[in-house]
Write a protein that binds this ligand. Sequence first.
Ligand code: APR
Ligand code: PHB
Length: 404
Amino acid sequence: MTAPAPPAAGRSGRTQVAIVGGGPAGLMLGQLLHLAGIDSIVLERSTREHVIGRVRAGVLEQGTVDLMHAAGVGAHLARDGMPHRGIYLAFGGMRHHIDFASLTGGRGITIYGQNAVVHDLIEARLAAARPLLFGVRDVELHDVRGLAPRVTWHDADGARGEVRCDFVAGCDGFHGVCRPSIPVDAGTVYERAYPFAWLGILADAAPSADELVYSLHERGFALFSMRSASVTRLYLQVPPGEDVNAWGDERIWQELHRRLDTSDGWRPNEGPVSQKGVTAMRSFMFEPMRYGRLFLAGDAAHIVPPTGAKGLNLAMADVKRLAAAIVEFYATGRGAALDEYSPRALRRAWRAQRFSWWMTSTLHVAEDATPFDRRRQIADLEYLVSSEAAMKSLAENYVGISLD
Ligand code: APR
Ligand code: PHB
């Protein structure tokens, strides 16, 4: 297979796969295609600094770790990733350990920031010398129903770019252009808004626990996580649309201690806050994940609330499947795997959606919750930490379901 010459920014060219969006999904797809000798261009709206600096999720399932290694981008992950064998659930002032390793036959998760994943993939892209354009504007898709799609854009200097391709990969996240390019009558949206948001901070403080602590408190949910031996990541349930400026550092620490500190004396360490932000929570699914020669992957097609830590892992599972289908197409000329892409990716995404919805409803306090709801929620958690069957169900979903 010969790889066509890559198009330069602001000029016309041809490639095999035009990838819109340089987040984890787009960059991983580009890398997997590159390893198979398939050419692509990645068109990213933001600057490189912005993409690498964006603090997002940080829990990698084993399948995602394996994919990073198979894609040749696992060196930093092997050095800096923090393997965890379980999580803690805290409620009623007590911490309970859920040991994924013993419940799932040795499986676990690895803590490694999404921005580090993106950093590693950008390095690989630059080393591969395949085109990756930052700061592009006005990306538009043309003729994706036919055999010769085109993508046009303006590059960072305002010059017009155009590329002809065989396939377009819509990896441009929830607010991208690819999904909205599909006619409304060609797809169905399923969605649910949650009456909560998360206020997240990064603190320069050594993590005070070896694993994550998910806490349900009568004042709301809180989560203790980490990024390294010296950086703690913490979240608080807040009302949707909360103004981050209403939360000074002192108020944040006070609220974190109220919701997280447990009667065994455990509490998160405090330290200077280096980053602060509010994230909305929603469930969103678009079906199908294909329109002609346009394939959606990652957040462009589905959003899950962050409680189950599934967003990044789903995006990676999508592009693994999509890359394999594109490789098969070029190798055999047959589109069977491409036809299977949307139904199979959706099956996995719905499974993750269900789990994320369950984790979210189990651990958050709705404003209109009645005393009955609250007692039932505690009964749910008490059952969860005392029944091996219930813990197994949580564990196998959290470490990642295998759905091939
Ligand atoms: N043109 C070009 N690029 C775009 C456009 C556009 N019109 N719109 C968005 N983008 C870029 C964004 O700047 C972003 O870098 O597409 C990229 C999409 O990346 P993500 O939003 O990170 O989505 P994805 O790669 O699917 O990764 C999913 O991200 O939001 C988290 O929880 C989610 O962890 C999951 C992961
Ligand atoms: C994180 O560390 O950012 C994190 C961890 C667990 C979650 C969500 C986010 O469920």
